[in-house]
Design a protein around this ligand. Sequence first.
Ligand code: PEP
Ligand code: CO
Length: 450
Amino acid sequence: MTSNWTPSSWQALPAMQQPESPDPAELERVLKQVASLPPLVFAGEARNLTTQLGRAARGEAFLLQAGDCAESFDEFSADAIRDKLKIILQMAVVLTYSSGVPAIKVGRIAGQFAKPRSSPTETVDGVELPSFRGHLVNSPVFSAAARTPDPERLLAAYHQSAATLNLLRAFTQGGFADLTRVHQWNREFVASSPAGQRYEEVAAGIDRALRFMAACGVDTETEPQLHQADMWTSHEALVLGYEEALTRRDSLTGDWYDCSAHMLWIGERTRQLDGAHVEFLSGVGNPIGCKLGPTATPEEALALCERLNPDRVDGRLTFISRMGADQVEDRLRPILRAVTDAGHPVLWACDPMHGNTFTSESGHKTRHLEDVLSEISGFFAAHRAEGTWPGGVHIELTGGDVTECLGGSTEVLAADLDTRYETVCDPRLNGRQSLDLAFRLAELLSKQQR
Ligand code: PEP
Ligand code: CO
């Protein structure tokens, strides 16, 4: 944080990837309205998440951050939210049951509506239009009107985030995440697959463990940990006007929090040390993440630590590396070493998605599960070599039976990609592939020295 940080101090710095609204007065009016609406999360919750993430940074827990690449205004239903929660709960159960390490569940959900783009425009049949930047900004439909940034979308995103968060809270506190319901999280198309059957064995083991505890005299009925779960929210803090409008001073501590989500992260394209995004997130009290791509150097990582976590608070800063399967070991190791030698407490998470994307012959943007798993293995190997703790993963997935990524124990082939390719941005693992990943991760975790 610069000594004169304010929620708007980022405005004096270059801000990449911002929408260019054709009507600044209208944007101003909407931002004022967003600023007058209630916060979506409470500062105390963000502090609790920092404490949890601190445990993961120290090797006592594991971060499972997962959800859509981009949430959609068109896929907004109780069923879609419930199905995403189900797969994340299933993955967390597999991780914890198989490795004994508690999983901290953070969704890319309830606010993940803005996308950075490699190119500001897209050309189709000789027509050039602004790129789609997520439903917070414009529409993916290829017309000049649909691609023009519309400030009203900020309000729609706020309300969809509020409703999504409300349902997540209801599900996780109201009995849906109860450990006696582990079988019911397994959906038909997952349950009938090899991964789903393996999951049933884990669920049966949990049943036995609960019966065992009850038989030993533990009152399993009243133990809240068995009946409720925490599901935190997160998104990329990209459109800074929106984030600023939801930044509020905590009445208990006097500190500023970005109350649009519990955790916010800085993307690979906006992590410039002297840029607006780093400035903005340096001053809010939330736990924050920062992506590190293959060009990131140890010096940059150290400078980001100094800038984003000068007080060296455990759980405050998560580095999310996304190097690509071939590069992760070589690129990550010197960064792990430099940050550890400098004594900075960082939670290290692996995004095995964004460094492994390619375009299939059919023209679909896709990823192969084997590459994804291979980056995770390389990430673990780098940590083994440096004596550090691989504290988490960051995954793009959905609960549904989509065909967007290749591979898996129920294999999605190149010819299947067109069948149910539904993402509005990057390709997501489907429910079965997500469970495959959880089992592989559990094996790696149980082997890792703590
Ligand atoms: C993303 O997480 O969807 C994304 C755009 O990632 P990155 O900033 O790592 O490219
Ligand atoms: Co993505």
